[in-house]
Design a protein around this ligand. Structure first.
Ligand SMILES: *[C@@H]1O[C@H](CO)[C@@H](O)[C@H](O)[C@H]1NC(C)=O
Ligand SMILES: *[C@@H]1O[C@H](CO)[C@@H](O)[C@H](O)[C@H]1NC(C)=O
Ligand SMILES: *[C@@H]1O[C@H](CO)[C@@H](O)[C@H](O)[C@H]1NC(C)=O
Ligand SMILES: *[C@@H]1O[C@H](CO)[C@@H](O)[C@H](O)[C@H]1NC(C)=O
Ligand SMILES: *[C@@H]1O[C@H](CO)[C@@H](O)[C@H](O)[C@H]1NC(C)=O
Length: 752
C-alpha cells in the first residue's frame, strides 16, 4: 500500500506479488514447520495445543505458558525473543520474531504444533443502498432497524473519527456484551472501538492515514450523511448498508501491507470484544486452509456465531485468482452500479464515445484539441504513460491517449500527462479489462473508456494526419442498464484450495463506490465531510458485511451459515436490462465470476429455506480434502481424528461444484430448514441443465408442516453418455419454489 489508494487497487489487479512473498508461497508445502530462508529473525506464527490436563485460570497463565516456549527457544541465552502477539481466541499460540534455530529449539516442547513465517496480505457510496433496494422506512431497513444493536468489526487501515459518516445520531449505546476498547478520541455510539495492531508494540494510533479503512467502514456501517459528493458528482445522501449499526476498527494494515500476525491479533481481539460481523477487505494467495491465517481466524469466529465477509480479490479476469476461499467465509466479488460519472470523448470525425471520470471541470474549453497516442511511436512505457515516459514527446495542450496497465496506477498516468503539459487524458482499457470503467478522482480532465472504444479512437488517429478531440463532461447518469455486471478486476474461481466448493459466493457493488474519506481529494479548503470514489472487491465486501448485519439484526437466531445461505439462494441472476448478468466482455458471466449472483437484501431477508452448517460439519469436509488430523486440528482448534471424510460437494452448501467422469453418477444430499411459511410445499421449478448432464432430484416434493422443520433431499449428477461435451465446464441451477419463495442453488460441472 502507498498513500495513493487507486494505485493499490491497480497493483492488486495485476496480481503482482513481491518476490519474497512468492517464495514464501512456494515454501508453504504440506510441512507443518516452515523455516524462513534467513538467519535474521522474522515474525513466526506459532500454533500450540494445550496438553491434556493443563488448564489456565487466567489469561496471564496462558501467556506465561507461551513465554516458556520463547525461553526454550533462546537455549539459555539471556536474549529471550519477545512476544509480538499472544492469541487467546483465534487459536492457541503466538507471534514472535524468531530465527530458524530458535524455532527448532521449540519443536520438542510439549504442545508444539506448527510454526511458519507470517505472510503479508494485501488490501484488496451515496447510491448503492437504493440500487440494492434499501429504502428508508421500508422493507429490510425497517425490519432490521437499520442494523441497530449489531457490531461490525472491520480489519483495515484505520478509521477517521469525527467524520459525519461516523456520527452517532439515532444509534443506541453499544450492547451490554461489548467489551471493546477505543484507543483514539472521538469514539461514540457509532464508532465503539478503534485499536491498532500493526504498529510495533501496538502502541500506534488507529487513525487512518490511507483512506481505505475509512471507506470500507462507512460502506458497511456509515450513518446517513446528506449532500455527500465528490467534485459535486454523485450527490445524494450517503449511507452504509447498516446505517445504525456499531462500527469497531481493528487497524491491521500499514503502508507495507497487512501482516498476518496483526490480522490474527485483530481477529483475536474482535472475537473477545464481542463483534457480530467481521469485514476483511484484504487477502493473500490461495493456500491450504491450515496455513491461511484469515481462514483459521474466521473458523474461530464462526464457532462463536460471528459472520465473516471477505473480498474475493482484484486479480481478475483471470481464472483461479481467488483469495479467502474457505467455505465458512462469505467470498465477495465485485459488480458495477447503474451509475456513471460520464465524460464523453468527442472525436474530430463527430463520433461521441462515452467514458467516465469523477473529476469534471466546468471550464474545460469546448473546442477540438490535437489528439495524440504516444504508444504509436514511442514504445510500451509511453503507451502506458509511465512516470517520465512522455519527456521529449510533444503533448503540450493535447488530448493524450494512455493505455491502462503496466502496473501503473490510473491516476498516476494522468499525473504524467499533466506534468508533460497535456491538456487531457483518455485512459483506454486493455482488452482484458473489457468495458469495466471507473470514475476516478483524476488530476486533470480525463475519460476512462472501454477497450473497444479505445480501439475506435486509435483507428481514428490512424485514419487522419491531424486527429483532434475534446471531452464533454456530462455528470452523474443513473440507470445504466448493463448493471450489475461483473468488474474485470473481480477475482475468478474455480477455487484452487477447495475445487469442490463454488467460489466466489456472491457479487455486490464494487465499482466507483462513493464513501467516506479522511481528506479532501479535491483542491479545496473543504476538510470535513469528505468522500472519495474508489473501486475493488475491497468495496463490495463491506456491502455484504453491512447486509449481513441487517440480516443478523432481523434474525438473531440465524447462524453464520444460515445468513450466508439466505444471501446466496436469493441472489439475482439478471441485470437491469432483464438479461443474464454479464462480465466485462459483454458475455453472460460464468458461475466462477458471479457465484450465486448479485446480492438482493430484500429477498435475503425472507429466503423460505436455508442450508445450515454447524461448525463440526466442517471436520469431515476438511478430512475429505486430504488434510491430516493434525492439520484439521490447526483449523478447528481441537484434537481431531479423521475417521470420517466426506467429498467437498457433500458439505451442506447452497451451491455445488461437481467433477464428472465419463461414467460417473454422483449423489449428494442437502438438508434444508424451513424458515418461511409453516405449511409449504416446494417443488423443483426452474431447472437449467448443461449439455452432458442428467440431473435427478429425490424426493420430487418437499412438504413442510412447521417452521424450523428440516427435510433432506438427494441431487444426483449423471454424465449423459449420449451427449458430446465441448467445454470443460458446464453450469446450471435448480430452483425449489413454493409459490411464495424461490430457493436457487447453482452448480458447476467439470467434465473430465
Ligand atoms: C477461464 O476458464 C473458462 C472455462 O475453462 C474459459 O472459457 C475462459 O476462457 C478462462 N478465462 C481466462 C481468462 O483464462
Ligand atoms: C494504427 O497504426 C499502427 C501503425 O501503423 C498499427 O500498428 C495499429 O494497429 C493501428 N491501430 C488501429 C486501431 O488500427
Ligand atoms: C489549488 O487551488 C489553488 C487556488 O484555487 C491554486 O492556486 C493551486 O494551484 C491549486 N493546486 C493544485 C495542485 O492544483
Ligand atoms: C398446517 O396444516 C395442518 C394440516 O392441514 C393444520 O392442522 C395446521 O393448523 C396448519 N398450520 C398452520 C400454521 O397453518
Ligand atoms: C422461472 O424462470 C422464469 C424465467 O426466467 C421466471 O419468469 C420465473 O419467475 C421463474 N420462476 C421461479 C419460481 O423462480
Amino acid at each position: 500500500m502507498t498513500s495513493n489508494s487507486s494505485k493499490n487497487m491497480e497493483r492488486k489487479r495485476c496480481n503482482l506479488l513481491p518476490k519474497f512473498l512468492l517464495m514464501l508461497v512456494l515454501a508453504f508445502d504440506i510441512f507443518s514447520i516452515v523455516y524462513a530462508n534467513s538467519d535474521q529473525p522474522v515474525t513466526y506464527i506459532v500454533h500450540l495445543n494445550v496438553p491434556d490436563g493443563v488448564t489456565f485460570d487466567k489469561p496471564e497463565d496462558r501467556q506465561s505458558w507461551y513465554q516458556s516456549f520463547l525461553m526454550a527457544s533462546s537455549r539459555g541465552s539471556n536474549v529471550i525473543p519477545s512476544l509480538i502477539h499472544a492469541y487467546h481466541n483465534v487459536f492457541t499460540g503466538f507471534a514472535a520474531k524468531l530465527t530458524a534455530d530458535q524455532v527448532k529449539a521449540m519443536e520438542s516442547m510439549d504442545g508444539f504444533v506448527s510454526a511458519r513465517p507470517e505472510s503479508v496480505y494485501k488490501l484488496h457510496t451515496t447510491h448503492t443502498p437504493t440500487f440494492l433496494g434499501l429504502h428508508q422506512n421500508l422493507g429490510v431497513w425497517r425490519g432490521s432497524n437499520y442494523g441497530k444493536g449489531i457490531v461490525i468489526g472491520v480489519l483495515d487501515t484505520g478509521i477517521t473519527p469525527g467524520h459525519p459518516s461516523f456520527d452517532d445520531k439515532g444509534v443506541p449505546p453499544p450492547p451490554a456484551k461489548w467489551k471493546g476498547k477505543c484507543k483514539v478520541s472521538g469514539c461514540n455510539n457509532k464508532l465503539i472501538g478503534a485499536r491498532d495492531f500493526v504498529s510495533s508494540g501496538s502502541s500506534g494510533s488507529p487513525l487512518d492515514d490511507e483512506g481505505h479503512g475509512t471507506h470500507t467502514s462507512s460502506t458497511a456501517g456509515g450513518n446517513f450523511v446528506d449532500g455527500a459528493n465528490v467534485f459535486g458528482m454523485a450527490k445524494g445522501t450517503a449511507a452504509g448498508m447498516a446505517p445504525l449499526a456499531h462500527v469497531a476498527m481493528y487497524k491491521v494494515c500499514d503502508s507495507f501491507g497487512c501482516p498476518s500476525s496483526a490480522i490474527l491479533a485483530g481477529m483475536d481481539a474482535a472475537i473477545e470484544e464481542g463483534v457480530d460481523v467481521l469485514s476483511l477487505s484484504l487477502g493473500g494467495p490461495s493456500v491450504p486452509f491450515y496455513e491461511d491465517g484469515i481462514a483459521v481466524g474466521a473458523f474461530s469466529a464462526i464457532q462463536r456465531g460471528i459472520f465473516v465477509s471477505c473480498s474475493a480479490g482484484n486479480s481478475g479476469p483471470f481464472n483461479t485468482t481467488l483469495s479467502n476461499e474457505a467455505p465458512w467465509i462469505l467470498t465477495v466479488g465485485a459488480s458495477t452500479v447503474d451509475r456513471n460519472i460520464r465524460s464523453t470523448v468527442y472525436l474530430g470525425n463527430k463520433d461521441l464515445l462515452d467514458g467516465e471520470s469523477l473529476f469534471q471541470p466546468k471550464d474545460f474549453p469546448q473546442k477540438y484539441l490535437p489528439l495524440v497516442y504516444p504508444g504509436l511511436n514511442h514504445g510500451q512505457d509511453a503507451a502506458w504513460c509511465g512516470p517520465g515516459s512522455l519527456k521529449g514527446i510533444d503533448v503540450k495542450g493535447k488530448v493524450v491517449v494512455c493505455d491502462r496497465g503496466g502496473d501503473i496506477a490510473r491516476i498516476a498516468k494522468g499525473q504524467t500527462v499533466k506534468d508533460a503539459g497535456g491538456a487531457a487524458m483518455i485512459l483506454a482499457n486493455e482488452p482484458v479489462d473489457g468495458d469495466t470503467t471507473e470514475a476516478d478522482a483524476h488530476v486533470l480532465p480525463a475519460s476512462h473508456v472501454a477497450s473497444d472504444v479505445g480501439f475506435t479512437i486509435k483507428r481514428y488517429i490512424n485514419s487522419t494526419s491531424s486527429p483532434v478531440a475534446t471531452l464533454i463532461f456530462r455528470g452523474t447518469v443513473i440507470g445504466v442498464d448493463s448493471a450489475p455486471a461483473v468488474a474485470s478486476f473481480s477475482s475468478r474461481g474455480p477455487s484452487m484450495t477447495s475445487p469442490g466448493i463454488v467460489k466466489p459466493d456472491i457479487i455486490g457493488p464494487g465499482v466507483s463506490i462513493l464513501a467516506a474519506w479522511p481528506i479532501s481529494v479535491e483542491n479545496s479548503t473543504q476538510t470535513k465531510a469528505t468522500f472519495n470514489m474508489i473501486s475493488g472487491t475491497s468495496m463490495s465486501c463491506p456491502h455484504l458485511s453491512g447486509i449481513s448485519a441487517l440480516l443478523k439484526s432481523a434474525h438473531p437466531d440465524w447462524s453464520p451459515a444460515a445468513i450466508k445461505s439466505a444471501i446466496m439462494t436469493t441472489a439475482g441472476k439478471l441485470s437491469l436490462s432483464g438479461y443474464p448478468i454479464e462480465d466485462e466482455r459483454d458475455q453472460p458471466a460464468s458461475i466462477f465470476a458471479i457465484g450465486s449472483g448479485q446480492v438482493n437484501p430484500t429477498k435475503a431477508n425472507d429466503p423460505g429455506l436455508i442450508f445450515d452448517i454447524q461448525p463440526n460439519d466442517y471436520v469431515p469436509y476438511l478430512c475429505g480434502l486430504g488434510y491430516t488430523s493434525k492439520q484439521v486440528g490447526v483449523i478447528v482448534q481441537k484434537r481431531v481424528t479423521c475417521t470420517k471424510a466426506i467429498p467437498e460437494a457433500q458439505l451442506n452448501y447452497p451451491s455445488f461444484a461437481v467433477t464428472l467422469g465419463a461414467a460417473d453418477v454422483k449423489s449428494y444430499t442437502r438438508t434444508v430448514t424451513n424458515v418461511g411459511v409453516a405449511n409449504s410445499t416446494y417443488t423443483p421449478t426452474n431447472v437449467s441443465i448443461p449439455i452432458g448432464l442428467v440431473l435427478e432430484i429425490s424426493p420430487a416434493k418437499l412438504i413442510f408442516s412447521k417452521l424450523n422443520q428440516k427435510l433432506t433431499y438427494t441431487t444426483t449428477f449423471i454424465r449423459d453418455k449420449k451427449a458430446t461435451v465441448k467445454a470443460p465446464y458446464g453450469e446450471g441451477y435448480l430452483t425449489w419454489s413454493s409459490g411464495k419463495h424461490s430457493v436457487r442453488t447453482p452448480f458447476s460441472i467439470k467434465f473430465v
